[in-house]
Design a protein around this ligand. Structure first.
Ligand code: NZQ
Ligand code: ZN
Length: 391
């Protein structure tokens, strides 16, 4: 296994009685805060008022940027950065799901950039080593943005969705209160749960690199946690234990620990990001459609035993099956979980997507190397075939 460095500097307040620490935490960073949030869910659940009370307690000067889109737009990020520069903002406060936290990360970096377009940084034209401090209050268990170093931003003019990364983009402090996710719809709970699982599959579990057995075992336990609690949260949205398990699973799936020593393309994410770039679909739903078809496409004598191991240890597949039958049974069990238990639609055509952009999307998903590498190597032609299997 490869040598690695592990450091995760996000301070996490987890639980239902923690938000009162927001005032003391935020005041460490200055006086002027830009509060960033989405389309209004935080007002509907009463969280906005609680956050404002905390900010007032700390005598903060409050500026607001509402309206962060799911699959956040780079133009909205630019609006936020402009406010930061004009008003001399000291700290950013993201209250919402992954889209809000991701947009806040991009704002934090663009605020330190002499230009005014975040796409310069995201496209690699400009390098900005610094950013404003970030505090997040998470309201949806899915992306891991609350403890990770990345964000994903869409440029709707170019039909592109690209990541922004940087060690200092990890939130300085994150508040994780499972009760704030009671109001997340069954659809978003299902999609978010698939996203958590997909992070484990994509960044570590399905890898061509040697991994520490301890980490593979823990990955399976986190996956089992999602398999156990996602259906409970869908059926009983106010089940604290289910919501708490999903929330902490989301953070640990992508905070760096589980993929210590592994570095590879997140293949299904690269493929899915093209779907949400072109069609603005929900990220986790796109992954649910892509992952089983990807596994079917790459199933061979080299990949079968790891796929079967997943089935045996996470989905209850019969260990007595041979590798190939076990792998096929795993893919079947995964589809059953995503589409029957979680209730997600199983085909791209169900989401109104046809094949007209597949060739271009496949090419873009493989950029800049011209291929995707990891557990399998995929060319643009392979990715196009996978899109067709998903139709
Ligand atoms: O906008 P509001 O009104 O807040 O509503 C949101 C939105 O409509 C709603 N929602 C959030 N919390 C809620 C709630 N509704 C009721 N009650 C609550 N407590 O849910 C909808 C989806 O929100 P969004 O933030 O888009 O979802 P998610 O957290 O799944 O984030 C998805 C974005 O994150 C990116 C995805 O590509 C996508 O753009 N990702 C970010 C990653 C990262 N930072 O490392 C990694 C992931 O792989 C992913 O790519
Ligand atoms: Zn994801």
């Amino acid at each position: 296994m490869k040598d690695f460095v592990f450091s995760n500097t996000t301070k996490v307040y987890f639980g239902k009685n923690q938000l009162h620490h927001l005032s003391e935490e935020i005041s460490r960073f200055g006086k002027k805060v830009l509060l960033v949030y989405g389309g209004g869910s935080i007002k509907r659940i009463g969280l906005y008022d609680k956050v404002i009370d905390e900010l007032k307690k700390a005598d903060m000067i409050i500026y607001e940027l509402p309206g962060i889109e799911p699959n956040p737009h780079h133009t909205t990020v630019n609006k936020g950065a402009a406010i930061c520069k004009k008003e001399g903002i000291d700290v950013l406060l993201a209250v919402g799901g992954g889209s809000t936290i991701d947009a806040t990360k991009a704002i934090a970096a663009t605020a330190k950039y002499e230009g005014d377009d975040c796409w310069d940084i995201i496209s690699g034209k400009a390098f900005v080593p610094d950013n404003l401090p970030i505090i997040s209050v998470l309201t949806l268990s899915a992306t891991g943005s609350e403890m990770d170093i990345g964000g994903v931003i869409s440029n709707v003019e170019l039909n592109e969705k690209r990541p922004i990364f940087g060690p200092t983009l990890r939130p300085n402090v994150s508040f994780l209160d499972p009760t704030t996710t009671f109001s997340v719809s069954a659809y978003q709970t299902a999609s978010g749960s698939v996203d958590i699982m997909a992070h484990i599959f994509d960044v570590a579990y399905f890898s061509d690199q040697e991994e520490m057995d301890m980490l593979t075992r823990i990955q399976e336990e986190v996956l089992k946690t999602v398999v156990k609690y996602a259906p409970v949260a869908i059926k009983t949205p106010n089940d604290y234990e289910a919501r708490a398990n999903l929330m902490w699973a989301s953070s640990w799936a992508l905070n760096g620990f589980l993929f210590s020593g592994i570095s590879q393309d997140a293949i299904c994410h690269m493929i899915e990001h093209e779907l949400s770039a072109f069609y603005d679909i929900t990220h986790g739903h796109g992954l649910a459609i892509v992952i089983p078809k990807w596994l079917k496409y790459i199933l061979n004598e080299n990949t079968a035993s790891k796929i079967k191991r997943l089935g045996v240890n996470v989905f209850g597949v019969d260990p007595a099956l041979d590798s190939m039958d076990g792998a096929n049974a795993t893919i079947g069990a995964m589809e059953d979980f995503f589409f029957n238990t979680l209730g997600l639609k199983s085909r791209l055509s169900d989401l109104g997507i046809d094949d007209k952009n597949f060739a271009l999307m496949a090419k873009k998903s493989c950029a800049p190397k011209g291929k995707l590498t990891g557990f399998s190597t995929l060319t643009p032609a392979d990715v196009e075939n996978i899109f067709r299997l998903c139709l």
